[in-house]
Design a protein around this ligand. Structure first.
Ligand code: SF4
Length: 134
């Protein structure tokens, strides 16, 4: 099975197991920061499911997927014991066109990310430790 087929199959499997209860949305820190009117968590989760099923997502679901920062807060909240963080990782790949679908979210052209990673690393490791780190 090719990589894209695997992503599609796993997306469909997880979306089918998801009941769109919205518990992961409630547990997520990001919706409070989204520039959208607050949606019902269930509707937002339904939008996430739609992305995974290759269907047209609602605006809230699309924003929820695009805003994922991998906090992982969602996993413990899921009553179905789904790996929601993984679902969102698949969904973020899908909305950026990873499997040939039209991108729904622009891929950020962020030239500053390397310097921010280095800045963060500098707070936790000395220059020498960074050089020696493999
Ligand atoms: S908590 Fe689990 S079942 Fe509920 S919407 Fe999120 S992923 Fe789906």
């Amino acid at each position: 099975m090719k990589h894209a087929e695997r992503i599609l199959a796993e997306s469909a499997r997880l979306a089918t197991a998801c009941t769109a209860c919205g518990e992961c949305v409630k547990a997520c820190p990001m919706p409070a920061w989204l520039p959208l009117p607050p949606a019902m968590p269930e509707a937002t989760a339904q939008g996430m499911r739609a992305v995974l099923l290759g269907e047209e997502p609602n605006a809230e679901g699309l924003a929820f997927v695009a805003a994922c920062t991998r906090s992982g807060s969602c996993n413990a909240a899921c009553p179905e014991k789904l790996d929601v963080a993984f679902m969102l990782r698949l969904a973020t790949m899908r909305v950026r066109g990873a499997v040939g679908e039209a991108p729904r979210v622009p891929v950020k052209d962020d030239k500053g990310w390397v310097s921010r990673v280095k800045a963060f690393a500098r707070m936790t490791m000395t220059e020498q430790e960074q050089r020696e780190w493999t």
